[in-house]
Design a protein around this ligand. Structure first.
Ligand SMILES: Nc1ncnc2c1ncn2[C@@H]1O[C@H](COP(=O)(O)OP(=O)(O)OP(=O)(O)O)[C@@H](O)[C@H]1O
Ligand SMILES: [Mg+2]
Length: 317
């Protein structure tokens, strides 16, 4: 790109996005170098000054988000969830914004859950849910109000999507153990997750970390889960589909189905153990994730001997 081309592009752009060809900050630096007054051809100093000012104004206008708590640098779209867009903020946070204001209730449920987990949950297990930075209502130009949340962004984590029937049972074991640990922690804080699905369980392959995200569907035990992710309808236990009360046993059912589905060739004993967690009647299932974890450990020890760390890499698709 020449000086004149860059000046023309900047003059024509009404938003910074029209200039972007990749990373925003890199685009900004590249264009700034091209149109800076120090490098302007003879007689084009004024055009350079104008282009530089306009470039900075475009960049700043869209680049920040000011909320009741502060100003963040806006980055690109990280994920398009079922109901919300997740946009990078600064280097380590994200903005979760529902696409339809009709889903504001679900965002409020997520705020309530994360707040309860933070207040009531054992702080030593805090890392099993994302950290809520702030929640606020955003009003757009047409007066539409949306509930938004800012979360700490997890780096180095990947969702369990796309791992169906690919894992050795011993690799699924740490995911299963940690999932039960995280769920037991939430249940003791009075929160049922309500949507234990592959895209809501993020794992850190090297560190064997597990984080449960998307608490929008969560409820207090005894309340009905407010909505179903329809493409996963079959993964839900009957009480959710029937809008009957959800309990710890609801999450236990979903978590078991999720982990069992990851295992390439589950041993019969694992299949039997899982079946016992997935009865239709919630009362016939285990009711306590931590107690279930102890039983799982016994089973794993019987099958594979004493537990030891197995380096894990995500299997290629
Ligand atoms: N804190 C986070 N850090 C990094 N990635 C995240 C984080 N939270 C969510 N994600 C990623 O973004 C995806 C979508 O997030 P989430 O499920 O919360 O949005 P959503 O489905 O639109 O929410 P909802 O349907 O409840 O409104 C997740 O599957 C996950 O991969
Ligand atoms: Mg989701």
């Amino acid at each position: 790109m020449t000086f004149e081309e860059a000046v023309a592009a900047i003059a024509q752009a009404t938003t910074f996005g029209e200039l972007v060809g990749g990373d925003r900050a890199a685009t900004y630096r590249r264009l700034l170098k091209l149109v800076h007054p120090d490098v302007a051809p003879t007689g084009r100093g004024a055009a350079a000054t104008e282009a530089t000012a306009r470039l900075s104004a475009l960049f700043d206008r869209e680049e920040t988000l000011t909320t009741p708590r502060g100003t963040y640098r806006l980055g690109g779209l990280i994920a398009r969830g079922d109901l919300a867009d997740l946009i990078a903020l600064d280097d380590d946070k994200l903005l979760k914004l529902p696409r339809r204001p009709a889903d504001n209730d679900l965002v409020r449920a997520e705020v309530a859950a994360l707040t309860a987990l933070h207040r009531e949950g054992d702080p030593r297990l805090r890392a099993y849910a994302p950290v809520l930075v702030e929640a606020f209502a955003q009003e757009d130009d047409s007066g539409v109000r949306r509930e938004a949340v800012v979360l700490e962004r997890l780096t180095g984590f990947v969702p369990l999507t796309g791992m169906r029937r690919r894992l050795d049972p011993r690799d699924a074991a740490w995911i299963w153990r940690r999932l039960l640990t995280g769920l037991g922690w939430a249940h003791r804080a009075g929160v049922v997750h309500g949507a234990v699905l592959p895209e809501h369980v993020l794992i850190h392959p090297e560190r064997h970390g597990v984080v449960l995200v998307d608490w929008c569907y969560s409820v207090a035990p005894g309340r009905a889960v407010p909505a179903i992710v329809s493409r996963h309808r079959a993964a839900y236990p009957p009480e959710v589909r029937a809008k009957r009360p959800a309990t710890a046993a609801t999450d236990i059912h979903m978590a078991t189905g999720l982990v069992l589905g990851l295992i390439a060739d589950p041993p019969a004993a694992v299949g039997r153990f899982a079946a016992g967690c997935r009865f239709d009647a919630p009362r016939m299932r285990p009711q306590d994730a931590w107690q279930l974890l102890a039983e799982l450990d016994e089973l794993l020890e019987k099958l594979y001997g004493p537990r030891r760390f197995r380096p894990f890499t995500v299997p290629a698709a």
